[in-house]
Unconditional design. Structure first.
Lengths: 308, 308
DNA sequence: AAAATAGTGTCTTTTAGACAATATGCG
DNA sequence: CGCATATTGTCTAAAAGACACTATTTT
């Protein structure tokens, strides 16, 4: 920028294009054995009334991660319940936001035992939507959020196999079955994403809202398709339909048990036992998550033997 | 931001803090069997005279990745020789740049057969510095680039084990030995980074340059320690010292051969044979990289059996 | 007792790793 | 030939996976 030897050319920020910087969040959870993500319904243009990832602008003296936590709390009333956040990637196509040049830094996290999310200060709706719904094309997200979500799904699919992250879906104390069920739910709902571009991004063009803030058809469609609206503890039904063509087969209980117990530092026994569920069964031992960062060896989904 | 029901509040970019957005690049290569990264020497404040990752500001209508490629070419004259670039992460601490609020998006890539890098338009120096040098604390980078580099090293260490990326260090046609040698070099030089914070970041405070543009001591130190300056094909000596305490043991030739050949789609035979090196030996078959994206099963470094 | 879930044992097949043996070039 | 490197073979130990069996609860 400066010629060699020029010693004192002060940097002038005005020489460089100003960007808006935002954060967006992909918060996973498991409800009714289906993997879900937290979505809000936008109440301002552009994409008014569309589903979107929670997020917003980074403030002047704020860390990126701080901004992510703040926006999450503001828009969904979810605080520490979402565990540690991890960066997913940054999306900065010049046309991704019609209002101004914006790059967004996406974070993802895992939450257990969420409070029923409230609309935030802006009275938006926030819900835990099954990823299967988004995958099936029933729901299209604002901006390039479909792309972000796809990347997040791939990331979690991959990462739970070699890290202890699956424990984050469980309560502080959990049984091995609960952990196995988390693996099954995640792999069941994400295995389709590992290779394909199953989610078509919504065009990133400016789109004028059509109707009222909350489009009732969208809202209704989603509820019918997936989430029971106001039941505190929804019935143990799996409402989300399995993705067509998903040939995931559940993990073997016995082998899983042996696998996780032999990974040193993965699970920590508490000595306590769980009370069996209503349907009976032998009480299971309760564990807490250990302190390792990586699973050696990793845990893999069963690979369906193809051709040959 | 807007009250519920307010339909027409136009977005005003001035309401949000303006950021500078930059890209930084971590370009890996292997020279003399040592893993290296491309560094430049800064010729403007802050951190004038310090080593830094190549990078710079994103322009108004530019993709992030486009910006990365442009900056790489401008500062180091390296173009397509660096293969595909992949995002590493984004760094946006409020104090990371003393000039203005800046977030930087880091990319990384792998290059083979680099041209001897020239100083760019700004007459900076650019060199392929052994990561061992940076790891040992001999070289401290500008801004938070030590942190970025550490993250990149961890990423590549991990990622070559389950992707075919190691082939990118090789020529278009390569022997299995050359590929194995790439794995050995990478793991040899990165295995220390997998768990620890071995690189201390330089404080992110503004630091006034001490002397001339290119501090000769730094330059000299680096050359002595690692890179032969102007030899086109440096002697087959390993000049970079192995990191102390690195207990990496090389891969078994026979087992490696079998492993890579059984991974379907990893290597594609050309039928041709290489001519043996000056030291003799049976000519090896030449392969090209196949088209898979993931290695199943992955290739692992030998895990040193600890305690027990 | 029957059903349901947790946990253990056992057997078979596959894979990983150490290392020996052979192949093919060079001087 | 003797050396160096490539490639294949062999044997052993460990891991993965299928699946049967036992244990402990509820109805």
């Amino acid at each position: 920028m400066y010629a060699l030897g020029v010693t004192d050319s002060p940097h002038n920020p005005a020489d460089y294009p100003p960007f808006g910087v935002t954060v967006d969040l992909v918060i996973f959870s498991i409800i009714n054995k289906s993997l879900r993500i937290l979505l809000i319904q936008r109440d301002e243009p552009p994409f008014l009334g569309k589903w979107a990832l929670p997020g917003g602008f980074v403030l002047k003296d704020e860390n990126l991660e701080q901004a992510a936590r703040r926006e999450l709390a503001e828009e969904t009333s979810i605080g520490k319940e979402a565990g540690p956040l991890e960066q997913l990637g940054t999306y900065g196509h010049p046309d991704r936001d019609p209002r101004q040049r914006v790059v967004t830094v996406a974070y993802w996290g895992i939450a257990h035992d969420l409070p029923e999310p409230q609309g935030g200060s802006d009275a938006r709706y926030a819900e835990h939507v099954p990823v299967a719904e988004v995958a099936s094309g029933n729901i299209r997200l604002a901006f390039d959020h479909n792309k972000i979500l796809t990347d997040a799904i791939r990331r979690i699919h991959h990462k739970i196999s070699y890290t202890p992250l699956a424990t984050r879906f469980c309560a502080k104390e959990f049984t091995i079955s609960e952990l196995r069920s988390a693996y099954d739910a995640i792999w069941q709902d994400t295995i389709e994403f590992t290779n394909l571009e199953n989610i078509k991004p919504i065009p990133a063009t400016f789109e004028q809202p059509k109707l009222s803030l909350v489009t009732p058809d969208l809202k209704m469609k989603y509820q019918i398709a997936s989430a029971p609206p106001k039941v505190a503890n929804p019935p143990a039904l799996t409402l989300a339909k399995p993705i067509k063509g998903s040939d995931y087969t559940k993990l073997d209980t016995g082998n899983f048990q042996r696998s996780v117990l032999q990974i040193e530092g993965f699970l920590q026994s508490t000595g306590k036992k769980s009370s069996p569920s209503a349907s009976g069964g032998r009480p299971a031992e309760l564990y807490t998550a250990g302190d390792i960062k990586e699973l050696t060896p990793p845990i893999h989904p069963k690979t369906p033997k193809p051709k040959k």
